[in-house]
Design a protein around this ligand. Structure first.
Ligand code: ATP
Length: 512
């Protein structure tokens, strides 16, 4: 399914709505609807259980969004959490300078691809792309240009050299995609943190930030948690919560939002053991994704070449979104940077006494950080598809189905009386529904023909539909239809709960 249709599906079926839509929405801010909130909660639940419940040395917290302003000075966000901003004076549109330059390099790559396609058509089966890339003069020249542009960009970004970025935009004659003009302002640093003002303190002193990541709430609580739970290193602290970033260009639906949710875990370890734990968390996190049945071809690791100021190793787990491979989760070896900084600015010791080594030290940290909303988008885009339904007729012969893992599905089972106006059927169906709803998120639906009702459940990813028909009245059996195989089985009413719970239980994911 293409991306545009996926977005409309999310709205039509109550997964995601644009924020304050009656006022034409607020850019890059979204609300989760009735099915969206269920799916999102299930994702969070899976993450939380796999971290906190499955590791005796990981505990959770829920820190406040507001933190002492010095937190963000210590973490480096006040000085360094910037993107290079440039405005086009004609269109009045804002861009990230680095993205404009990357776009320029992508255009050269597109020319290479065109050459490759032409050559492929000419040489047919005997065409060898690798050889062509290595020997064709024009392609070699273009590749050299791309490499030079990207190397120059990386150097300018590393040095925070805004003039150099401006010079590149001029030199490469990059135009505004909107106005086509080259009438640019200077490139300047733009801090991505939102801020607000405390009511009782005027001026800079009272300036508060909306946290741009949840991690710092964990760092500043490191000793509180360690002492109150008597954890020994290595141990971790997990947190799920909102984060805010004033992204300059926010597109691609819920992939890049200004208000979003993170699921982060900071793992505190002995200095020197970080590579071992980094590898452990890389593999553990990939397993977490694979357990959901995500297409393995859509997941990959991407090592960071340019490391952030706090990291000595970093990798992304990338997912192939409808617009290409992009970061879904980050795993970072953060050294003792954060605790060290907080120790310095607060003047409070943030050390751990290691009884085995008989010494105190500032622990090192390996973090795993995943955006809940990006995970949501990954799950929707991996699972949604359009399919023909054999044996169905007319409009109902094509279905849009979300093949979500049953443990994540918003509704686990739908109970449907075959006919609406037969009280003997609706009575039994209501009884079945009332029993099941104690254990599962269920839905009772009697409106429209049965085929139409199945389509509605497919569209929201309900793994099971239970139909109460005339045979039910004779022998207490119902049909239970499997979303993925479309197979309908007759089972006893008393067996429904077992069948459903076997497949929707979170244990299926956690025991992998
Ligand atoms: P990107 O390079 O895509 O901006 P990032 O490297 O800045 O991401 P991190 O700071 O590592 O991201 O944040 C950890 C996770 O939080 C990311 O892997 C992503 O899933 C999520 N995330 C970050 N920014 C956003 C955003 N604006 N909207 C939604 N999720 C986000």
């Amino acid at each position: 399914m293409d991306f545009k249709n996926l977005i409309s599906h999310c709205k039509e079926y109550g997964f995601i709505f644009p924020s304050s839509e009656i006022y034409d929405g607020l850019s890059a801010v979204y609300d989760y609807g009735p099915y969206g909130v269920e799916l999102k909660n299930n994702i969070k639940n899976y993450w939380w259980k796999s971290m906190v419940q499955m590791h005796e040395n990981i505990v959770g917290i829920d820190a406040a969004i507001f933190m002492h302003p010095k937190t963000w000075k210590a973490s480096g966000h006040v000085d360094a959490f910037n993107d290079p901003l440039v405005d086009n004076k004609d269109s009045k549109k804002r861009y990230r300078a680095d993205q404009l330059i990357e776009g320029y390099a992508e255009k050269i790559e597109a020319k290479i691809i065109k050459d490759i396609e032409k050559a492929k058509a000419r040489f047919g089966d005997s065409f060898d792309e690798k050889q062509f890339r290595e020997t064709n003069d024009r392609v070699i020249e273009r590749q050299k240009e791309i490499d030079a542009v990207l190397a120059r960009l990386a150097a300018a970004m590393k040095d925070g050299n805004m003039e150099e970025l401006g010079a590149m935009i001029q030199e490469y004659e990059i135009v505004c995609p909107e106005s086509g003009s080259r009438n640019w302002t200077e490139v300047r640093q733009f801090n991505l943190m939102f801020n607000t003002q405390l009511g009782n303190i005027a001026g800079e002193e009272g300036k508060l930030y909306l946290r741009p990541e949840t991690a710092q709430g964990i760092f500043v609580n490191f000793l509180n948690v360690q002492k109150s739970t008597r954890q020994k290193i290595p141990f971790g602290i997990a947190q799920i919560g909102k984060a805010f970033r004033n992204e300059i260009v926010a597109r691609q639906f819920i992939f890049r939002m200004r208000e979003f949710e993170q699921m982060e875990m900071q793992f505190f370890i002995r200095p020197g053991s970080e590579m071992e734990w980094y590898d452990y968390w890389k593999q553990t996190r990939l397993r977490w994704h694979s357990a959901l049945g995500t297409d393995p071809a859509k997941l990959r690791f991407h090592d960071h070449v340019n490391l952030a100021h706090y990291a000595n190793a970093a990798v992304d787990i990338e997912f192939e979104f409808p617009f290409g491979f992009r970061e879904l989760e980050g795993i970072h070896s953060r050294t003792d940077f954060d605790l060290g900084q907080h120790q310095m600015l607060s003047g409070k010791k943030l050390q751990y006494f290691d009884p085995e080594l008989n010494e105190s030290y500032v622990p090192y940290v390996v973090e795993t950080s995943i955006g809940c909303d990006r995970m949501f988008l990954a799950m929707i885009s991996d699972s949604i598809r359009e399919e023909n339904v054999p044996d169905a007729e007319g409009q109902d012969s094509v279905r849009t189905v979300m093949k979500l893992h049953p443990a994540l599905a918003p509704v686990k089972v739908a109970v449907l009386p075959l006919l609406k106006n037969k009280e003997e059927l609706t009575k039994v169906a209501t009884d079945v529904y009332d029993k099941l709803k104690v254990s599962f998120n269920c839905q009772y639906d009697e409106k429209d023909a049965i085929g139409r009702r199945y389509r509605r459940q497919d569209a929201i990813g309900t793994p099971y539909c239970v139909t109460v028909d005339f045979e039910t009245l004779e022998n207490d059996t119902v049909t239970i239809r499997d979303r993925d195989t479309l197979v309908q089985q007759r089972i006893k009413i008393s067996e429904i709960s077992d069948v459903v719970s076997k497949s929707v239980a979170m244990d299926n994911l956690l025991s992998r």
